[in-house]
Design a binder for this molecule. Structure first.
Ligand code: NAD
Length: 210
């Protein structure tokens, strides 16, 4: 039985996403079957960890044969909730927000940037290079509802992030990706992920520091 999603750790969910990427690559190479050992060797993963992670959700492999690549990929897409397109709103139509909205990597179908939101009257009503429309942030609840948007991305200055997060919760968004360099408080039932390039660079710096 599939466990309650909220009880699955984020590191497991992240690894499912990594496995999906690996399987997609194998599929493009027309590989039909793969063992956890081969998957681990090829992509620098841990075979016991792969088996343990997948076993949380069911029995996907056959002893001695391994996993059927397309079947496991389909299972992972289902587990990750990617068997349908998830619509995303970006709040903050500045440098980062518009770059994300126009990023070609989302065009493979799992995610669609449905709308941008801003407070700047000079930006409201315009479209990005790839045609994503910028709405007034006060329209967030209505657009979220009418366009079936499920994920919010925050790309506003730090001082506006808490207020924007409140607007996102108020509009019914249950998953938020925050790029602003501030810690946000979220109500129960809302999932928040922070992205911080600077922290990643600082971590790298730690490892190269003498
Ligand atoms: P920017 O100034 O170009 O864009 C910010 C946009 O937010 C502007 O269009 C502004 O009008 C809009 N805005 C301000 N208040 C708002 C509100 N209350 N509601 C809606 N829109 C509002 O800034 P940027 O360079 O795109 O950076 C955006 C954010 O992303 C900043 O917080 C920055 O620190 C952060 N950032 C994070 C990373 C990272 O690695 N996480 C990298 C780059 C930038």
């Amino acid at each position: 039985m599939i466990p309650e999603r909220q009880s699955v750790s984020e590191s497991v969910a992240t690894r499912l996403s990594v496995y999906l990427r690996c399987l997609t690559l194998l599929e493009s190479e027309e590989v039909r079957h793969v063992s956890s050992e081969t998957l681990a060797q090829r992509f620098d993963l841990n075979s016991a960890q792969i088996r343990k992670d997948l076993a949380i959700f069911g029995e996907f492999g056959v002893r001695g044969v391994g996993y059927e690549v397309d079947t496991l990929k389909r299972h992972l897409l289902g587990l990750l909730g990617l068997d349908r397109t998830r619509r995303v709103a970006i709040v903050g139509a500045g440098h980062l927000g518009t770059a994300l909205a126009d990023y070609g990597g989302f065009h493979s179908g799992e995610f669609e940037i449905a709308a941008l939101f801003d407070v700047d009257p000079g930006k409201i009503g315009t479209r990005t290079r790839t045609g994503v429309r910028v709405y007034d942030v006060s329209e967030l609840p209505g657009v979220v509802e009418s366009q079936g948007i499920e994920i919010g991305v925050i790309t506003v200055p730090g001082e506006a992030a808490a207020e924007v997060a409140e607007r996102c919760f108020g509009a019914g968004l249950k998953a938020i990706l925050n790029f602003a360099p501030v810690r946000l408080n979220v109500p129960p039932g809302v999932r928040l992920k922070n992205v911080d390039l600077k922290i990643n660079l600082e971590t790298l710096s730690f490892y190269i520091a003498k």
